[in-house]
Design a protein. Structure first.
Length: 277
């Protein structure tokens, strides 16, 4: 199979015109200074929101299971909002000009959600954003046994009913990611366009360390604080169902809408257009 590639790179006339227009807009409007202020405001806001939601587990007296479950759901939703608004910017290196600041902001805020920052950054930046919706190159639509996410994937009999059972699969998305998906990507030799990737030993250690921190925060410490194990575990699962549905429906609206295109390469491995179009 030919290596999939774009027809041209940064020599694209569209890219040059767009780059020039953006530079002129930023120079004349002062939007960059305003954007930086808003970035810092939303960072503080979402960090505090997540911290308050977690602290409420121990500050608020939860006299019923419903109250406890709602608190857990708030932790999950505020956590994913923190990832959307802070982790994602830092992952792309756009939170700060300082690479170390981007690294720590991204890893601290993302790993606290139970999912591995290192592995997601690889898939997101080096696969999904490089080859969006390109079959075999975008890890986000990589073939899986349950859902057909690309018209280029083979149509199996059970796919005819995925509009019925997909919601059940989506309900366990984040829990599956926490328990299995990271491990799959850590030990899998080929993931979409990421082939024969050797991960540093440090990343193996950090993956298990952060997952242990996550379990301690949301299961061990609450139980130690006096909550019933069954209530904590069920609240933890309900939290994941809610944040899974929230996360998936945000992604569906932006990645799998009616206007979405799924480009495919010709016999020489060339994709239509260039990276920017």
């Amino acid at each position: 199979m030919e290596k999939i590639k774009f027809q041209s790179g940064s020599s694209s006339p569209f890219f040059k015109a767009l780059d020039k227009e953006v530079d002129e807009m930023l120079a004349t409007t002062g939007l960059l200074r305003k954007a930086k202020r808003l970035l810092y405001i939303k960072t503080v806001f979402y960090i505090l929101l997540f911290a308050v939601s977690y602290a409420a587990l121990f500050i608020v007296e939860h006299s019923s299971f419903l109250s406890l479950a709602i608190n857990y759901v708030m932790i999950g939703i505020t956590g994913i909002l923190l990832a959307f608004n802070v982790s994602h910017d830092a992952c792309h290196g756009s939170f700060s000009k300082n690479k170390k600041v981007n690294y720590w902001m991204y890893h601290l805020t993302f790993n606290l959600q139970g999912t591995n920052a290192y592995l997601w950054q690889l898939r997101h930046n080096a696969s999904h954003h490089l080859f969006p919706n390109v079959d075999g190159c975008d890890a986000d639509i990589d073939n899986n046994p349950f859902l057909r996410l690309s018209p280029q994937h083979p149509l199996k009999n059970h796919h005819r009913y995925q509009h019925i059972y997909a919601i059940a699969v989506y309900c366990i998305y984040s829990l599956h990611w926490f328990l299995f998906k990271d491990l799959f990507y850590l030990f899998q030799k080929k993931v979409a366009n990421l082939q024969h990737k050797k991960h540093p030993v440090k990343e193996f250690i950090l993956l298990f360390f952060w997952k242990a921190v996550y379990i301690a925060m949301l299961i061990v410490i609450p139980i130690t604080f006096g909550y019933d194990f069954g209530d904590v575990l069920l609240s933890f699962i309900i939290m994941h169902v809610c944040l899974s549905l929230f996360f998936i429906h945000v992604l569906i609206a932006t990645h799998l809408c009616m206007e979405t295109q799924f480009p495919h390469s010709d016999e020489a491995g060339n994709l239509p257009g260039d990276y920017y179009t």
